[in-house]
Write a protein that binds this ligand. Structure first.
Ligand SMILES: *Cc1c(COP(=O)(O)O)cnc(C)c1O
Length: 398
């Protein structure tokens, strides 16, 4: 997954153009900037690559989620349905707005279970936020149907599956809004950064204003601009955007390498007894940032991870016991450990959350191992890794 592995001349050239003018901000200073608008150029190139009408670059993936929700009018007291397996950013971005995260089960796609979503809808529900974890997607058709029937916003968190597709459409472009992260460990990185994509012109205007103090961005004099709405500061800097532009030039090459490496590892495990693969919904193409497998039981998954680690296989994740990606490790959320007061609605929701049964999620997460696909492996390293993974899992007699 990590684009930092291929960091080099492309990124340096883009950053140097910014450093030469000294204009580190994306807006204004037109006389000094010698025509360089790196954030704007990234937005245009990324929208084109994702085949959508609009892209809004922001300061992080978490900010992208908050800005996307806000741009669709979601705020205090509104309920947003999200999965139990995701990065903490999902509930952070919702609670930041005073909105209420409603966590529900995942299924064998390792993403939102449409049945669990349907069961969680109330008259306060405003959005459904599938998270395409570890390179592959939720059942987007089923979720879109639910959203249509209940007049809900479908917001895709595609931070871990950038470049994947569903029925020929880029992940992130299928819902009303899609979000990406360009933090340092993502498939392409800006150092820190994020993006919202949408085909909805009104959401783009809202996002554009919300991420920059409400500025309307009309005219050539920033100080004279009006503020049609309240906003905040989630801007990206020109330096970060420049890094991203360099990475974007490598994007397809990165995806190709991921796919090839994934293919070798998946082929090596294909006929190992007891090993099955995470389900990819029909019509979906992963971005191959992770290889995800199920073991027969949670005990065997833990045993396998230990054995693989002892055999020298790094970057193998057991999310079930991970502090950042599964509800098991989120006692700060379930116990509402907040520095500042939370709204009564959020407090109530977190009380309910701590009592909620996630045995369906446990059933899948307890048995899941995920292997990060690195870009830097040469052929010998990759083949050795495939053989060691296969032999180790075979030896366990699953
Ligand atoms: C990385 C990530 C985010 C947040 O991105 P940041 O840029 O680190 O704020 C959100 N959701 C998922 C699934 C992620 O992996």
């Amino acid at each position: 997954m990590p684009g930092f592995e291929v960091f080099g001349a492309h990124e340096r050239a883009q950053v140097n153009e910014v450093l030469e003018t000294g204009v580190l901000m994306r807006y204004g200073f037109d006389g000094m900037r010698q025509g360089h608008f790196k954030a704007l150029a990234f937005e245009q190139a990324f929208a084109k690559r994702m085949d959508v009408a609009h892209c809004q670059l922001v300061s992080s993936g978490t900010a992208a989620l908050s800005v996307a929700l806000a741009s669709a009018g979601i705020g205090a007291g509104d309920e947003v349905i999200m999965p139990s397996f995701t990065f903490v950013a999902s509930f952070e971005s919702i609670m930041m707005l005073g909105a209420v995260p409603v966590l529900v089960d995942i299924d064998d796609t390792l993403t939102l279970d449409p049945k669990a979503v349907l069961a969680a809808i109330t008259d306060k529900t405003k959005a459904v936020m599938p998270v395409h974890m570890c390179g592959s997607m939720a059942d987007l058709d089923a979720l879109k149907e639910i959203c249509k029937a209940h007049h809900l916003i479908l917001l895709e968190d595609a931070c871990q599956a950038i470049g994947g597709t569903y029925k020929g459409v880029a992940l992130g472009a299928y819902g009303d809004l899609g979000c990406f992260s360009f933090d340092f460990v993502k498939t392409i990185t800006c150092g820190e950064g994020g993006a919202v994509i949408t085909n909805n012109a009104a959401y783009k205007v809202n996002a554009d204003q919300y991420q920059d103090h409400g500025h309307d961005h009309i005219g050539m004099d920033r100080g004279a601009e009006t503020h049609p709405t309240l906003g905040y500061n989630f801007r990206i800097s020109e330096l970060h955007a420049a890094v991203g532009l360099g990475q974007l030039q490598r994007f397809d090459e990165i995806l190709q390498r991921q796919k090839a490496h994934y293919g070798t590892l998946a082929a090596a495990l294909a006929d190992v007894p007891g090993v099955t693969f995470r389900r990819v919904p029909e019509g979906g193409v992963q971005n191959h940032s992770f290889l995800n497998i199920f073991l027969p039981t949670a005990e065997k998954a833990q045993q396998a991870q230990k054995a693989l680690s002892a055999a020298g296989i790094d970057a193998c994740f057991y999310w079930f016991k991970n502090n950042w990606h599964y509800i098991n490790g989120w006692e700060h959320l379930t116990q509402a450990k907040s520095i500042a007061p939370l709204t009564p609605q959020i407090q109530e929701a977190l009380k309910n959350l701590s009592a909620k049964d996630f045995s369906q999620s446990d059933y899948y997460m307890g048995r899941t191992l995920s292997f990060l696909i690195k870009l830097g492996w040469d052929e010998a390293t990759l083949n050795r890794r495939a053989q060691v993974m296969r032999d180790t899992l075979m030896d366990l007699g699953l």
